[in-house]
Design a protein around this ligand. Structure first.
Ligand SMILES: C[S@@+](CC[C@H](N)C(=O)[O-])C[C@H]1O[C@@H](n2cnc3c(N)ncnc32)[C@H](O)[C@@H]1O
Length: 267
């Protein structure tokens, strides 16, 4: 495993939902709306996690079917316990080896996953393999390099200030391709011509500093994985640094911006 990925912890669904899922659900709703109408389609949700995108598809699209895959047993168990719908099937799988035959989906979608896959081109080739000719391939990632994922950006800046080793873990450094141009380049290399790339944005509001801090201590996701690994005094120093930067006497409001990509595969 790449050293910078050592804290990418994907196991406890409830903790992930508290850290990220509650926000990724809101971006998923916007994303599905942005994709446009698509009733009765066969969907694949790659890296479904605790089910944010699957739930948005069910809520808006009256799908014929959804296959939702993720390598994390824990996340899938959480998703299964939250989503009971005869149209949805959850299966353990990585994006590089999908349990589906060629050309079997109308829409292949993936939410906040592509940057965590070391060989992105291999993953995109696999996503394309299972897409029907004329089908839609669509995904989104946080705008890490643009500081667009506010609470993650604030966390890593503070972490780098108290721990030199944290700089290499900063997601804005790890995922430099998560820009409009970087995504256009990746699409081009994957043979996805004329992709539409748009930013989607929500506001993340934390009623106070403690509400901001708590999810980082729960160990689900790269920043919480790193935070939970720190010895007590370092964790306290990080908390104090963040509190000083963000303030403790009013709600904390930060932007969460994603880059969304959609491209139709030729007939
Ligand atoms: C940030 S979470 C996104 C989860 C969910 N899609 C959402 O929007 O909340 C990243 C997800 O990618 C999954 N993941 C990590 N490596 C993967 C791979 N090689 N193939 C597919 N999914 C992967 C993780 O298990 C995790 O569920």
């Amino acid at each position: 495993m790449n050293k910078s990925a050592e804290f990418d912890a994907w196991s406890v669904g409830q903790n992930y939902d508290y850290y990220m899922g509650r926000w990724s659900r809101r971006i998923a709703d916007q994303f599905v709306d942005w994709l446009g109408p698509s009733r009765d389609a066969a969907w694949l949700d790659v890296g479904c996690g605790t089910g944010a995108l699957t739930a948005a598809i069910l809520g808006q699209c009256a799908p014929r079917s959804i296959l939702s895959t993720d390598p994390s047993e824990g996340f899938l168990a959480h998703a299964r316990s939250a989503i009971h719908d005869e149209h949805v099937r959850f299966e353990i799988a990585s994006a590089q080896a999908l349990p589906a035959s060629d050309a079997s989906f109308d829409i292949v979608a993936s939410a906040l996953v592509l940057n965590f896959i070391p060989d992105r081109q291999a993953a995109l080739a696999e996503l394309r393999r299972v897409l029907k000719p004329g089908g839609l391939l669509a995904f989104y990632v946080w705008d890490y390099p643009g500081g667009g994922m506010g609470f993650i950006d604030a966390f890593w800046k503070a972490a780098a200030a108290i721990d030199r080793d944290a700089a290499a873990l900063d997601e804005s450094k790890r995922f430099p391709f998560c820009t409009r141009d970087g995504l256009a380049e990746i699409c081009h290399a994957a043979g996805l011509m004329s992709p539409v790339i748009e930013s989607l944005e929500i506001e993340t509001v934390f009623p106070d500093f403690e509400a901001f801090w708590l999810p980082f201590t729960l160990g689900a996701g790269p920043a919480p994985g790193y935070c939970s690994s720190l010895p007590q005094e370092k964790q306290a120093a990080l908390k104090a640094h963040l509190a000083h930067t963000l303030g403790t006497d009013q709600p904390i409001r930060l932007v969460a911006r994603a880059w969304a990509v959609k491209a139709r595969w030729p007939e």
